[in-house]
Design a binder for this molecule. Structure first.
Ligand SMILES: Nc1ncnc2c1ncn2[C@@H]1O[C@H](COP(=O)(O)OP(=O)(O)O)[C@@H](O)[C@H]1O
Ligand SMILES: [Mg+2]
Length: 240
């Protein structure tokens, strides 16, 4: 349980004049939920895009188990076992929730019927079976977020990167997603990195929290330590 599954080493990202990630280093321990916080523009999504090679870093190494994955194509990284919600896992609005999940399932299933069966099971895991025949574009926001997670899970990831999937949801919907994220972590063995603005939510499920600011790691630690960290309070929570 205490081995790193992902190790980010001195990762730098630059966009013309902007130094978006500055020698970012940290480890994701196998089996943990690592929360990621930081003000808008801190580089959180850029970090995820670097990990899955949507925008590879300009320097540094990203170790997935024993392998440096920098430079590998995104689909190869997905095959190795790292999935990300939102950008890489696009929801098709004009398809039903069931078909959205089945299409994702086809990437790994041995047959169409196996993909359908896997999709049905996944829809049930996320409480979406009642919405299976609804077009994705007609789903309420909370169910659309759940659908993104269901689709990402069809890649059978060992590591799942979740980028602000709770944005715009009410407290009950947030708690529902939190419960299910904890279940994929505990019952299905997926290590998680979760970017989230809702600190209350993140504190509840994270074993550790990484705080980013202006592309640099401010601190990594237990939620209660990070929430007391002076620079985190200044940068993120606002000085009180
Ligand atoms: N592909 C890109 N091209 C140019 N600038 C980018 C690109 N992606 C992100 N940025 C910039 O990098 C900074 C960090 O962005 P982002 O990682 O999206 O922040 P966060 O997710 O923490 O809110 C921002 O200033 C953003 O405008
Ligand atoms: Mg972002």
């Amino acid at each position: 349980m205490s081995q790193p599954i992902l190790k980010v080493e001195n990762v730098d990202q630059r966009f013309s004049g902007l130094h978006a990630l500055k020698r970012v280093s940290f480890e994701l321990i196998e089996g943990e939920i690592l929360g990621i916080i930081g003000p808008n523009g801190a580089g959180k999504s850029t970090l995820f895009n670097a990990i899955v090679s949507l925008v590879p870093p300009v320097s540094g190494a990203i170790w997935f188990r024993d392998r440096n994955i920098v430079g590998l194509p995104t689909h190869r990284i997905a095959e190795l076992g790292i999935a990300k919600t939102s950008q890489s896992v696009q929801v098709f609005g004009e398809m039903t929730a069931r078909d959205n999940v089945a299409v994702a399932a086809l990437l790994t299933a041995k047959s169409v019927s196996a993909a359908r069966a896997a999709a049905q099971e996944e829809l049930e895991f996320w409480g979406l079976e009642g919405h299976a025949d609804t077009l994705a574009q007609d789903l309420p926001l909370a169910q659309r977020s759940l659908l993104e997670l269901a689709r990402a899970m069809m890649l059978h990831p060992q590591v799942l990167l979740v980028d602000e999937v709770m944005a715009g949801l009410n407290e009950i919907e947030v708690d529902d997603i939190l419960d299910r994220l904890v279940r994929i972590n505990r019952e299905r063995g997926v290590s998680l990195m979760v970017i989230e603005h809702n600190m209350r939510a993140l504190m509840k499920i994270s074993s550790r929290i990484l705080a980013l600011d202006y592309g640099s790691v401010l601190t990594v630690g237990k939620p209660e330590e990070v929430s007391r960290h002076k620079q985190v309070i200044e940068a993120y929570l606002g000085v009180e």
